[in-house]
Design a protein. Structure first.
Length: 450
């Protein structure tokens, strides 16, 4: 069989390993990479000679790199490059009949029906990890993957009938997915990726695939305080359960986390920081209980798990100043959540590439959130600075172009007892490779301070 792999990222590479050397391959990518396999009689490479524009894949104009994909027997495509295939091949029914993402292949391959899928705009990784850890603490065999960085095809053949799988699923991975998990969890939904989706409606529609292929005995869990989440879960024909209110997990007036008739633990005893993480915790607890997890296992995880990297991660305390890496906050809403997690004065680092999202609410939050200084960077710097000025906030630093300069500027602005917070509210393309690179550079610069 001749297999086309359109996109040589984490998922494309996992597909190459999954199908193995008995097939021949046409590997196509928007730009050259140094980790391509060697060309041979069975492996052909095709890519554009120049570096693609900054931003998500799927934004190049020259689609010649896709030539010949339609002549292959199977096409495995990168989910963010899906629209390039649409532009190139339109409604070619023969092409789409043999085109799949790695998520398609996983659902067709895995032996277990014990699959939990988590989506939302932010919090997916934290919630997915919490669920997986709770199930593991209850002595279940668990595989965690998807958008969290591990391709599902790297463990698809290992999963046994009684094992559990927890998948973090992005809008891209859900966009054309004709399968839904046994338990679906939809977190809060806000505007995101409008540089890829033409409008909010398409973004919401992509999320509905987590639920609309479920059966009547499946479970749809949604955030009770968010109409978008409720609407998306409403596409499920299965049992629908809200969280952050009964009968799902919620936080009682005395700060006790409860589910059903059971008290889990006081919110003051969980390790995760921030009001938003109480939402993630309640989502995870609700899913874990529906999966049959013991309350003791759930409690032990809540008392020990302190979060994922680049999500309100304490990097260092120096001179009475705490430095937090929240580089994963790539939307204005997620930056607002981070600001609200700290009552003490803050020096906040904002800005990056422009995804077409509005910054008005973020600017208003900064003006009232005990922010001592705002350091604005990247493509959106001038836009954010103007909005801050309109709201009467003038403690703004511009024109810092490297992370050591940014961190030094933040230290000089901060005072003992303050928080320095990297929570940009923007994607990182341009100045940095991605949010991880941005967070790693921030951590390195903070650790280099003397």
């Amino acid at each position: 069989m001749r297999i086309a792999i359109a996109g040589w990222g984490v998922e494309g590479q996992s597909a190459y390993r999954f199908f193995g050397p008995t097939h021949s391959y046409l590997i196509v990518n928007e730009h050259p990479r140094d980790d391509f396999p060697k060309e041979s009689d069975s492996v052909k490479l095709q890519f554009l000679p120049s570096q693609r524009p900054p931003g998500l894949t799927g934004n190049v104009q020259d689609l010649s790199y896709l030539d010949g994909v339609d002549s292959c027997d199977l096409v495995i495509y990168s989910v963010v490059g899906y629209k390039n295939l649409q532009k190139k091949f339109g409604g070619d029914s023969a092409l789409w009949a043999k085109a799949k993402s790695v998520q398609h292949v996983f659902f067709e391959t895995t032996k277990s029906k014990n699959i939990i899928g988590v989506t939302g705009t932010k919090g997916k990784g934290t919630t997915s990890t919490l669920i997986a850890k709770m199930l593991e603490a209850d002595n279940k065999i668990v595989y965690l993957g998807g958008n969290i960085g591990r391709s599902v095809l790297d463990f698809a053949r290992k999963v046994k009938t009684d094992d559990w799988v927890v998948l973090e699923l992005s809008n891209f991975q859900l966009y054309s997915l004709p399968h839904s998990p046994h338990i679906g969890v939809c977190l809060m939904i806000t505007a995101e990726h409008l540089d890829w989706h033409p409008d909010m409606d398409e973004y919401l529609t992509a999320k509905t695939n987590l639920f609309k292929h479920q059966k009547s005995d499946d479970i749809a869990i949604y955030f009770a305080k968010d109409e978008n989440s409720k609407k998306i879960a409403g596409h499920s024909p299965g049992k629908k359960i809200p969280y952050f209110e009964a009968p799902g997990a919620w936080v009682r007036e005395d700060s006790m986390i409860v589910v059903g008739e059971n008290e889990i633990t006081p919110a003051t005893q969980v390790k995760l920081i921030g009001e938003h993480n109480l939402q993630n915790i309640c989502a995870a607890v609700t899913a874990a209980v529906e999966a049959g997890c013991s309350l003791d296992a759930i409690k032990r995880v809540l008392h020990s798990f302190s979060g994922l990297e680049h999500r309100l991660e304490l990097v260092r305390s120096l001179g009475g100043i705490n430095y937090y890496d929240d580089s994963f906050a790539t939307t204005p809403e997620s930056a607002i959540v981070a600001l609200r997690a700290f009552k003490q004065p803050k020096v906040v680092i904002l800005g990056g590439s422009d995804k077409g999202l509005p910054f008005g609410a973020l600017a208003s939050e900064i003006a009232k959130a005990n922010v001592r200084q705002a350091i604005v960077i990247g493509q959106t710097a001038e836009k954010i600075a103007e909005l801050l000025t309109q709201r009467g906030f003038s403690n703004i630093t511009l024109d810092l172009s490297s992370m050591p300069e940014i961190v030094n500027g933040a230290r000089n602005a901060a005072k003992p007892g303050d928080v320095v917070l990297l929570s940009t509210g923007c994607a990182s393309f341009g100045m940095f490779k991605d949010y991880k690179d941005r967070g790693e550079q921030f951590q390195a610069a903070v650790k280099a301070l003397v």
